[in-house]
Ligand binder design. Structure first.
Ligand SMILES: Cc1cc2nc3c(=O)[nH]c(=O)nc-3n(C[C@H](O)[C@H](O)[C@H](O)COP(=O)(O)OP(=O)(O)OC[C@H]3O[C@@H](n4cnc5c(N)ncnc54)[C@H](O)[C@@H]3O)c2cc1C
Length: 387
């Protein structure tokens, strides 16, 4: 039996819901209209300690498991908010926790836990290489006690609301490594110092109100002590963090999915056309029932991934499958919710179109679902690698 089936985490749900009640639909709608950042909401979550859920108590966090952390993310989305504004603060620190030196952990983790510092950004994707991460062209060359960074990143989120970023760069040219996954390193970059001193930020206006940017590096200097772990191991370190990220994204999608089902169910019971509630038509009820079942099924995989992760067992397949199934289920729920709101689904005041745009992102980011098919085909089914 999985954790989520014998534990409903009701205390966490109640507490997060109560905080979210202070930030109703109108709050997120207005932020979306203004293309703003939900600063007050993120501050409240931080003050309440929710974003420090995964930081061990010795560093000032609450030392909870991934299951509990996932409930926090789920509830935010289930209440109509968007965890995408701040989920990086919850999981980016995992790289430091797992691979940072004792000094780095002592320096950063307590301040991240208290919210004094935000580590909301992770710079991996590049415009010319996309998902083919081992081909990244951003380089970090060691010169004395510094690394000098040159290159470009794209779609790097929350830069304008973060103090630090984890950056992946090549430290040994691709041509000089045995395996293409070798020779990349990760650094912690102080964004407050970097901007204007070798790093330029260009915001990308996009379909979701998601603060994301292009970054240009021209001789950005990073102190050598900001290297995390061993030089050349960065790609592996990034991969180590993906299972937590994917499972948390799955939980956000589950939260979205239940939000869509709640809203559409309520609406189709009330909306009367042709002399009866539209939900009485099987053509309306069945797709909603189907979407609901798919969310419930995806949720089981989410709990399985959490359970394995929290037991320190391999969970790559389950975390990937949870992200795939949950993002697919939330997208189907979004579609039925929009469809059965008829024209009103397109009106901003119903919030359906906003959530519809928000949940669509997870088909593509942080990893495209096609790449999850590739992972399962190769690593679970033993099929030949396709790229
Ligand atoms: C709003 C937003 C926020 C983001 N935030 C961040 C961030 O904070 N940090 C960061 O590093 N990145 C971030 N990303 C980038 C995101 O991780 C990438 O967009 C995603 O991984 C896909 O990469 P790509 O856009 O380069 O697509 P590409 O690699 O160009 O692929 C395009 C599409 O082609 C298909 N495809 C590609 N290769 C294959 C293949 N081998 N087999 C089958 N299908 C394939 C996939 O369907 C994919 O969606 C963000 C993206 C968005 C849109």
């Amino acid at each position: 039996m999985t954790q989520g089936m014998n534990h409903d985490y009701q205390d966490i749900r109640d507490a997060v819901r109560s905080l979210c009640r202070e930030f109703p639909d109108e709050y997120f709608r207005k932020i979306d209209e203004q293309r703003g950042y939900p600063e007050a909401f993120v501050d409240a979550l931080t003050r309440a300690g929710w974003l420090a859920a995964l930081i061990p108590q010795e560093y000032g966090g609450s030392g909870l498991g991934l299951a509990e952390a996932s409930v926090i993310m789920e509830e935010i989305n289930r209440c109509g908010g968007n965890s995408g504004a701040c989920h990086g603060q919850m999981y980016n620190m995992g790289t430091l926790l797992r691979h940072g030196s004792p000094e780095q952990k002592r320096k950063y983790l307590p301040r991240i836990a208290s919210g004094e510092w935000r580590l909301q950004s992770m710079g991996v994707t590049e415009p010319s290489t996309g998902t083919d991460t081992t081909k990244i062209k951003t380089t970090a060359v060691k010169k004395g006690d510094r690394y000098v960074v040159n290159g470009q990143k794209v779609w790097i989120s929350r830069i304008q609301h973060s103090d630090f970023m984890i950056l992946l760069a090549r430290t040994t040219p691709l041509a000089e490594v045995k395996k293409k996954s070798e020779g990349m390193s990760i650094f912690i970059v102080d964004l407050r110092e970097a901007e204007g001193r070798g790093m330029t930020v260009r915001p990308i206006l996009n379909m979701v109100n998601h603060e994301t940017n292009e970054l240009f590096f021209e001789n950005l200097e990073i102190p050598a002590e900001n290297l995390i772990g061993q030089e050349g191991m960065g790609f592996k370190y990034i991969l180590d963090g993906l299972n937590a990220e994917r499972t948390l994204i799955a939980a956000e999608c589950i939260g979205d999915g239940y939000w869509f089902i709640d809203r559409v169910t309520r609406y189709v019971k009330d909306r009367v056309v042709f002399g009866r509630p539209i939900g009485q038509n099987q053509g309306v009820a069945f797709p909603i029932a189907q979407a609901y079942m798919e969310i419930e099924a995806a949720n089981l995989m989410r709990w399985k991934a959490c359970e394995l992760f929290d037991a320190h067992q391999p969970c790559g397949a389950e975390a990937n499958m949870a992200k795939y199934l949950a993002s697919k289920a939330s997208w189907e729920a979004a579609n039925v919710c929009l469809q059965f709101h008829g024209g009103f689904g397109f009106a901003c005041e119903y919030d359906v179109e906003r959530k519809f745009r928000e949940t669509r992102l997870y088909q593509v980011a942080p990893i495209s679902n096609n790449l999850i098919y590739a992972h399962i085909a190769e690593h679970v089914l033993g099929l030949p690698r396709s790229f």
